[in-house]
Design a protein around this ligand. Structure first.
Ligand code: ADP
Ligand code: MG
Length: 698
């Protein structure tokens, strides 16, 4: 790989002491094959066993090394038998709790014994506790030294203990005695940030074996220059990988979709509105992309209600005018239905055939749709992930539109693109998302895409006023719902649950609907949730849209896309349980008309600090990008994008929040590297992502 023949670092891990076939197999699960891979297997975090913390200073969730004298030790028989040891050290006290304990342990931990423990501090029923700490009895009048160094904790796998890991890393570091064995792959020109100047070998040594005089907090926060040096390289490796995906894609060909624009103009002139400047700008960019013979890879970001659908529809019309098919994929059946209607209304008058394909369709209906797709009768297919199935075959697919991309995985995105592949011809791809992603994150997650932003809302919208109200004032809120309906407005009442259980969520919504109907007998209340048949859902949605239903009680199924301009009040129950992005999406359902709209975020007191920050943020701003940035700070990027769904790599040292300044310079660093030392690019990627990630398929 990087290290050449005869270089010990490129030797297999079995060259190390204590590594037999079994251990090698376990290491391989972690992507570790060569000795060098061990060096790049970085600590997840560190434990600080270098100082004893006074009991009086402890805080919940903290990991701490402590020492104290047992004052009382007793077995409690509650729901679970447990051994409780009350210790103190003169500054405060703490309870050690053991659910599993032997007679010997019980005898050991008796009154007057001095004990040293390491573990996580938790809030117990009556005081702070450590549950099952690692402990050691300290004999009277002896001084047992604390550890000199921080203890690195490595990501590991079943059957490989931290201790064995540390031993392996030690051996690998010993192989590194000659720094020349591990070449620097960053030419001077690619060091676009001061942190890149630190030597790689020093940085690696440091993170594995931090010097005793290290600034501990810096290291624990992953802000140490050694970590930042490695983060720089890791981010660059990731950037180069996506670059490669993008360059590979650009070598493929796509049909050039260009027409005389007649149908497009017909659609535009039939609309009751004209495009906003932002819509027009983004559409022009798309038009430029799809008229070229290179597959478009474009992400359109636009806040809820910014009008992404019409932009997609115009691109679809262009594809059809050029003689190709287009497909539009939505994350839920409800949204697919709505798109099907919208697209039919817009495109049928132009003589364009729109069909749809969802999971719950009748077999006969589906068969007919599939046949029409194969022979090209249906020019535009709208649907859910049901469109991924093998039996779905297109005649000439020219454009793939994916709506609300954050709900789909990257893999799905690529699977759909591959569907339309004919030899080396790929369809163009347009990805739309209402989750505004902070710029730096977009640069990392979507470096293989071009990004455009619809940063303007259609005129005539009134901003939504948001209030945060405790559940204890439920009756006032119900009264407010009543008032709104008397003023001929419509209301959403959204139920959420912490569990991912759809069943429980639907139950909660049903209960709420019954309660509200009983409290407001003169209102027409309806219920919509994910377990209803699509025909039923459609019926309810239709009744709400035409105004026959005044109060719609819903689960979060209404999150995306649903459009009812007369709805001017939304109540969200247990709002503290949802993430910022999701709340923002939900709130986007109101404020779609000219009337002043309100959103009530109802919460169960007490609010956690984080919950409070989230709800306050929503009350203070409706700017999706500000909210996204805040979400990133409060929850971390993985949660924001749904790591599992996005294929966003799990970094070893880089931190998308704290390393934004590094991300900023990656494009430049990659340009430089590719210009002066292109041969290093592959080595760099292999070093960091090696055999683990096959980005070619991401
Ligand atoms: P989103 O970006 O959330 O998908 P939609 O495409 O559903 O937003 O658009 C929201 C609403 O705004 C729809 O009713 C749509 O017809 C309307 N709309 C879109 N563009 C404009 C515009 N330029 N002027 C006025 N209304 C518009
Ligand atoms: Mg939409």
């Amino acid at each position: 790989m990087i290290a050449g023949e005869g270089n010990v670092l490129s030797g297999p891990v079995t060259d190390l002491k204590g590594v037999g076939a079994k251990v090698a197999e376990r290491l391989q699960k972690l992507g570790i094959e060569q000795i060098q891979d061990l060096l790049f297997h970085l600590p997840l975090r560190y434990q600080d066993r270098t100082r004893l913390l006074p009991l009086g200073s402890l805080k919940p969730q903290q990991e701490a090394l402590i020492e104290g004298t047992v004052r009382l030790s007793q077995v409690k028989f509650g729901r679970r038998r447990s051994l409780l040891c009350y210790i103190d050290d003169g500054t405060g006290s703490l309870v050690l709790r053991f659910f599993h304990f032997s007679k010997t342990q019980q005898q050991q931990l008796t009154e007057g014994v001095r004990v040293r423990c390491f573990g996580e501090i938790r809030n117990g029923p009556s005081s702070l506790e450590m549950v099952h700490p690692e402990y050691q009895i300290i004999p009277a009048d002896t001084i047992v030294p604390v550890e000199a160094d921080l203890t690195p904790i490595y990501p590991t796998t079943e059957g490989l203990h931290q201790l064995s890991f540390r031993k392996l890393i030690k051996q690998a570091l010993a192989c590194l005695n000659d720094a020349a064995l591990l070449p620097e792959l960053l030419p001077r020109q690619a060091r676009c940030h001061a942190v890149a100047e630190t030597s790689l070998v020093e940085a690696l040594r440091f993170v594995h074996e931090p010097a005793p005089d290290v600034n501990v907090q810096l290291l624990l926060d992953r802000r140490h220059p050694a970590q930042r040096r490695l983060a720089y390289e890791e981010l660059l490796a990731q950037h180069l990988t996506l670059r490669k995906v993008r360059m590979q894609m650009q070598q493929h060909r796509a049909p050039s979709l260009a027409s005389n624009g007649e149908q497009r103009r017909a659609l535009l002139s039939a609309l009751p509105f004209s495009l906003t400047g932002a819509q027009d700008r983004v559409f022009q960019a798309i038009l430029g992309d799809i008229s070229s013979a290179v597959p478009m890879q474009r992400l359109v970001q636009g806040d809820v209600g910014s009008g992404k659908t019409i932009v997609a529809a115009l691109a679809v019309v262009e594809a059809v005018s050029a003689g190709y098919q287009a497909v539009v994929m939505a994350p839920t059946e409800l949204l697919a239905e709505q798109h099907f209607k919208t697209f039919s209304t817009w495109l049928n008058p132009l003589g364009i055939q729109v069909g749809w394909c969802v999971g719950k369709q009748k077999a006969s209906e589906r068969k007919a749709v599939l046949a029409d797709l194969v022979d090209g009768t249906i020019q535009v297919a709208i649907g859910t992930h049901a469109l991924f199935q093998d039996e779905v075959i297109f005649d000439q697919l020219g454009l793939v539109v994916i709506d609300e991309q954050h709900r789909f995985g990257v893999h799905q995105r690529l699977a759909l693109r591959d569907k339309g592949r004919k030899k080396d011809m790929f369809p163009h791809q347009l990805v739309m998302t209402a989750t505004p992603i902070p710029r730096t994150l977009a640069m990392t997650a979507y470096a293989d895409l071009n990004v455009s932003v619809i940063d303007e809302l259609p005129p005539g919208r009134t901003p939504v006023t948001t209030v945060v109200i405790p559940e204890t004032r439920r009756n006032d809120i119900i009264e407010r719902v009543h008032l709104a309906c008397q003023e001929k407005r419509q209301v959403y009442w959204v139920c959420t649950l912490v569990e991912e259980s759809e069943h429980l969520q639907c139950q909660a919504a049903e209960d709420a609907a019954n309660e509200l109907q009983a409290a407001l007998p003169d209102l027409r209340v309806a219920l919509i949730h994910g377990r209803m048949k699509s025909a039923e859902k459609e019926q309810v949605m239709h009744q709400f849209k035409v105004g026959n239903v005044e109060l719609l009680v819903a689960t979060t199924v209404i999150e995306v896309g649903v459009d009812v301009p007369n709805a001017s009040l939304m109540v969200i129950e247990n709002a503290e349980r949802l993430g910022l992005a999701q709340l923002h999406q939900l709130r986007g359902r109101v404020g779609r008309g000219k009337i002043e709209s309100h959103c009530v975020l109802m919460y169960h007191p007490p609010l956690s600090e984080n919950g409070q920050s989230r709800l306050t943020c929503l009350r203070e701003t409706s700017d999706g990008f500000v909210i996204a940035q805040r979400d990133l700070e409060l929850r971390g990027p993985g949660e924001l994008l749904g790591t599992r769904q996005t294929g966003l790599p799990q970094f070893r040292v880089a931190n998308l929040m704290d390393d934004q300044d590094l991300i900023e310079v990656m494009a430049e660093a990659a340009d430089q590297l590719l210009a002066v030392a292109p041969e290093n690019s592959e080595a760099l990627v292999a070093r960091w992502f090696g055999h683990k990630v096959d980005f070619g398929h991401v």
